[in-house]
Design a protein around this ligand. Structure first.
Ligand SMILES: C[S@@+](CC[C@H](N)C(=O)[O-])C[C@H]1O[C@@H](n2cnc3c(N)ncnc32)[C@H](O)[C@@H]1O
Length: 305
């Protein structure tokens, strides 16, 4: 199935390239290479790419798409939390890109279970060779835990009622069963909102996305050469909060909760901010509605390693 799907439409390509400045001899670590759209723009400008993705199927597809540049591309199956082991430290990269979330290719493959618009096994793992599928996670979860996930990771309205409905007739095994359980309690005019929030929350849990993101951000800053830049495309508020907190701390600002008598967040000045949540242009959102929630964050490494 995966091999026949259309390519993902890459988001804010011009803005990302403008920030990371591709050129002959310049090295990009594309840490979420997906279908390789951003990587391709970097290669067309003469640079070299190390492309990483935790989805083995994405690596397979993208190796075909980028085959014309095979002497300047290395593709690696792996995840953000192990970035330092996967990407080159010598020479240190000029840029790191993290374009978060899922690709169109993953969402539109019903066998992956990411979409509330089709039926399929309730999996949602980006790496199908590791971790626990959503259906299995739901088999062992209490209403209280599930409602906590829905509330904190998906901002799901009336999270407890939705959690109770999801577990009421036994945990769902397919996306259609999950959709039916959510529709049972969602007001009809808010059906899409409830479904997208629930699917987002469960995907984040199944892929441990926020921990992956935090570890990936710190590893990226470790890897960059002085003057090198990291660009991150986020798609929801949880990702935005994680990026903002780590970038602020690495810019030397304290990010402790207000009221703590002594700072415990160990801020250090390693980067400076270039972009803080830039939005896509109106024309891009009109052409590709999936881009509407994208925000671009860019920082530059300032200290000497
Ligand atoms: C939005 S897509 C990237 C699209 C890509 N920039 C393009 O232009 O085609 C996000 C990709 O990141 C991958 N991904 C998400 N979390 C990851 C993680 N923690 N480690 C590695 N890859 C990850 C997903 O598998 C997916 O292929």
């Amino acid at each position: 199935m995966n091999g026949r799907l259309p390519w993902h439409v890459s988001v804010m390509v011009a803005e990302v390239m403008d920030a990371l400045k591709p050129g002959p001899g310049r090295v990009l670590v594309d840490a979420t290479v997906g279908d390789g759209g951003h990587a391709m723009a970097w290669l067309e400008a003469g640079g070299t790419v190390v492309g990483i993705d935790r989805d083995g199927a994405a690596i397979h597809r993208t190796s075909r798409r980028l085959s014309s540049w095979h002497d300047r591309v290395r593709l690696v199956h792996g995840c953000l939390s192990t970035l330092c082991d996967l990407a080159p430290g010598d020479p240190a990269p000029d840029g790191v890109l993290m374009d978060l979330g899922t690709s169109r290719t993953q969402i539109e493959d019903p066998e992956r279970g990411f979409s509330y618009q089709s039926d399929g096994p309730l999996d949602m793992r980006m790496d199908r060779s590791a971790g626990v599928a959503v259906a299995a996670l739901l088999r062992g979860v209490s209403v209280a835990t599930l409602s906590g996930w829905l509330e904190t990771l998906g901002d799901v309205p009336h999270a407890r009622r939705v959690a109770r409905s999801i577990l009421h007739c036994g945990p769902p095994e397919t996306s259609a069963e999950l959709i039916a359980a959510v529709e049972h309690v969602a007001p009809p005019r808010l059906r899409i909102k409830y479904l997208s929030c629930v699917f987002q929350a469960l995907r984040i849990v199944a892929n441990d996305e926020l921990n992956e993101l935090r570890q990936g951000l710190l590893a990226s800053i470790d890897l960059l050469r002085p003057g090198g830049r990291i660009a991150v495309l986020t798609y929801h508020s949880g990702e935005e909060r994680a990026v903002r907190a780590i970038f602020r701390r690495e810019q030397g600002q304290c990010v402790c909760p207000p009221g703590l008598p002594v700072c415990s967040c160990t801020p250090r000045t390693r980067i400076r901010a270039i972009e803080k949540g830039r939005r896509p242009a109106t024309a891009e959102v009109a052409a590709n509605p999936r881009a509407r929630s994208a925000r671009l964050w860019v920082s530059e490494r300032t200290d000497v390693q």
